[in-house]
Design a protein around this ligand. Structure first.
Ligand code: NOJ
Ligand code: CA
Length: 654
């Protein structure tokens, strides 16, 4: 009876699923038991016929001999509220098609593919339901193709490299991709459309990178474990969502929220999570004034921490990061990470005194755990390390995973392998238990899981300002909004005023440092320079950093060309005031802002912009600060110098 039923499963099938506005069309095709899909917008191709399937160890691949058990459609239209982020409200409107399949011959495995078609892209994921004959699988490979225009331009960073995601983006045609790249990878197609390929809800699985396959189609390349297996999972198992964002303009991509939408809402109350701005015992180490290691120039001393807490009060900044506070930094710190102790402060760093003083002054401390990727050492102390900070009233931690690989279960593994992903997940869940918020450096890339765990306030995961002093060029910050930032906010460490420092000379103007607070969203935003610099160099410019929020009501992108310039306006969450930020590459660029995005009313604009003589190389500190009245009917031309930018506060008059 059972076999008779199997034989009757249809192995030929076609289904078109449209977006709610009917413009995006997903085409699902089952041809002789082989599953494929394609995607177009207004009949313009985005993804041409592409294979779907899985290779499992010691089993035939799941891709041939598939038959339809049933297809179920549903439509959802809802909005949900973020705990924090770029917008308070997120629209989640899509048409879903879940395709339940079974092989038509032995071993008759069951396989489901769930597609969601939004107006601005699609998500699809594989699901392996419980099977009659086995309960766990080893994934050898995914056969997911994204057969995109070979002549499209792609902005991407290389995968499997020692500095993880900390690379400059490169633009090349797809046909020139000759080694795996990370996602989000962003494309400008020859038909004028823009797309970005990424993934959502990455749990218990290796990260997806992209490469060209033997048929010259872009395909997934899942990060392997050290023994070559991509993931070992128990069934039932839902794979991460594969995401294709689509827009008619590059700027449109920056409003795409599919990755967040494909994650679950939080399972518990996270109203205790508070975004914040912070100073740090940090840049002083980068410019060589202080050290992480002990000695005469040790940064994280009780005395310095007291001074910086006083500065937080004086400058109106909520928090203070303390790096180099614990045992492990002396000698070869990259090697000593093996035995770093996360409970033992250095003798000149009295954490009880410091935390008491911070509490007394209502300053939130941000603890630091530099693991150097030695996960075994870290996990053996993780819960105690969290308890230690929690006992001192410290609810924010910046963990770091410097080092080219992680050491997990005694083996060298990629940060973005299944075991790496599991570690980041474990630390995040445990942090939630202790009401700790995280700012993860050298993280796993963002896949929207901060919707479920809003205590993941920010992450690094791209080249940030620590690379200034030669390895950052002005176009980088004009590429991030269209690539890395599609995966969520970033701790870029903005706000360095000491641009001409000869140890770390920045490729930026001063006005641009303010712009970053708007152009690079982050639930924890660092005012990264030393407080004495803010007080001495330009206290008027620092006013913008004091006023700019870290949490937004709504975000309205205004201008953008990948790698050239980017301008965005955002309203403070729960506030009437708006903020605008803009950056350009190494060419000057002017924009004419029309303030029609503002609600009715009169506003006082404080404008922080490059002087006409400014230049990131010769004259980076030349800033003009001016005030004027603005209504939604007004427009304003703003000049950005080479390597420059601007920031505007729009204060609503009651
Ligand atoms: C790299 C991080 O990105 C940086 O912020 C930190 O200061 C160093 N690691 C040391 O932990
Ligand atoms: Ca880093």
């Amino acid at each position: 009876m059972f076999n008779f039923f199997k034989r009757r499963l249809k192995m030929e099938y076609e289904k078109k699923v449209s977006s709610p506005d009917s413009r995006l069309v997903l085409h699902v095709i089952l041809k002789s038991g082989h599953l494929e899909y394609s995607l177009s917008r207004d009949s313009k191709p985005i993804i041409k016929t592409s294979t779907i399937g899985l290779k499992l160890k010691d089993q035939p691949k799941i891709s041939d001999h598939l038959g339809i058990v049933r297809g179920i459609e549903k439509s959802i239209s809802e909005t949900w509220e973020t705990v924090w982020g770029e917008d308070r409200e997120v629209d989640n409107t899509y048409n879903e098609f879940a395709l339940y399949l079974s092989e038509t011959k032995e071993p008759n495995r069951l396989f489901t593919v769930r597609f969601r078609v939004f107006n601005d892209g699609i998500g699809f994921r594989y699901e392996l339901p419980p099977q009659p004959s086995f309960t766990r699988v080893e994934v050898e490979d995914e056969m997911t193709e994204f057969n995109i225009d070979l002549n499209a331009y792609c902005w991407k960073i290389p995968a499997f490299q020692p500095d993880r995601y900390e690379y400059n983006y490169e633009k090349s045609p797809v046909f020139e991709i000759n080694s795996p790249v990370h996602t989000p990878a962003t494309f400008e197609l020859s038909n004028g459309l823009f797309a970005s390929i990424h993934e959502a809800a990455l749990y218990n699985y290796g990260e997806m990178t992209l490469e060209l396959d033997e048929w010259r189609a872009l395909k997934s390349n899942i990060t392997p474990l050290s023994d070559g297996i991509k993931a070992r999972v128990e069934l039932p198992f839902n794979f991460p969502w594969r995401v294709i964002m689509v827009s008619e303009t590059a700027l449109g991509l920056t409003k795409n929220r599919i990755t967040l939408n494909l994650n679950d809402p939080p399972a518990e109350d996270f109203s205790w999570v508070k975004p914040l701005k912070f100073l740090g015992i940090w840049w002083a180490m980068y410019v060589g004034e202080w050290t992480w290691a002990s000695g005469d120039r040790h940064g994280a001393t009780t005395e310095h921490a007291f001074e910086y807490i006083d500065s937080c009060k004086k400058l109106g900044i909520d928090g203070l990061l303390l790096e180099g506070w614990n045992d492990g930094w002396d000698g070869d710190w990259l090697e000593n990470g093996k035995t770093t102790n996360f409970l033992r402060p250095m003798p000149d760093c009295d954490m009880s005194k410091i935390s008491a003083y911070a509490r007394q002054n209502s300053v939130s401390l941000i603890g630091h755990h530099e693991t150097v990727g030695f996960v075994d050492n870290y996990e053996s102390q993780l819960e105690n390390a969290y308890k230690y900070y929690a006992s001192l009233g410290i609810n924010y931690i910046k963990p770091g995973y410097a080092g080219s690989m992680m050491t997990i279960q005694g083996k060298r593994e990629y940060h973005h392998s299944q075991l790496g992903v599991l570690h980041y997940q474990k630390s995040l869940e445990l942090a939630a238990k202790y009401h700790i918020c995280l700012d993860v450096h050298e993280p796993i890339k963002g896949t929207g899981i901060e919707r479920t765990f809003p205590n993941l306030l920010t992450r690094e995961g791209a080249r940030g300002q620590e690379y200034e002093g030669g390895a950052l060029n002005p176009s980088h910050a004009c590429i991030l909004p269209f690539t890395r930032l599609l995966a969520g906010g970033m701790d870029y460490t903005p706000g360095i005023f000491d641009i001409k420092n000869n140890v770390k000379r920045l490729s930026s103007t001063l006005a641009r440092q303010l712009a970053y607070f708007v152009t690079i969203p982050s639930g924890m935003q660092m005012a990264a320079d030393r407080p004495k610099i803010y007080e001495e160099l330009n206290p008027s410019a620092f006013r913008f950093i004091q006023e700019v929020p870290v949490n937004w009501e709504i975000s309205v992108p205004l201008f953008g060309k990948i790698g050239e310039y980017y301008v965005v306006a955002r309203q403070g969450r729960g506030k009437k005031d708006w903020f605008v930020g803009g950056v350009t590459n190494d060419s000057a660029h002017s924009v004419k802002i029309t303030f029609s995005f503002l609600p009715e009313g009169n506003y006082v604009a404080e404008i922080y912009r490059d002087d006409e003589t400014a230049h990131f190389r010769d004259n980076p500190l030349a800033i003009k600060i001016e005030s004027r009245s603005i209504t939604p009917a007004d427009s304003l031309e703003i000049f950005m110098a080479p390597g420059g930018g601007f920031a505007i506060t729009l204060r609503k008059q009651s």
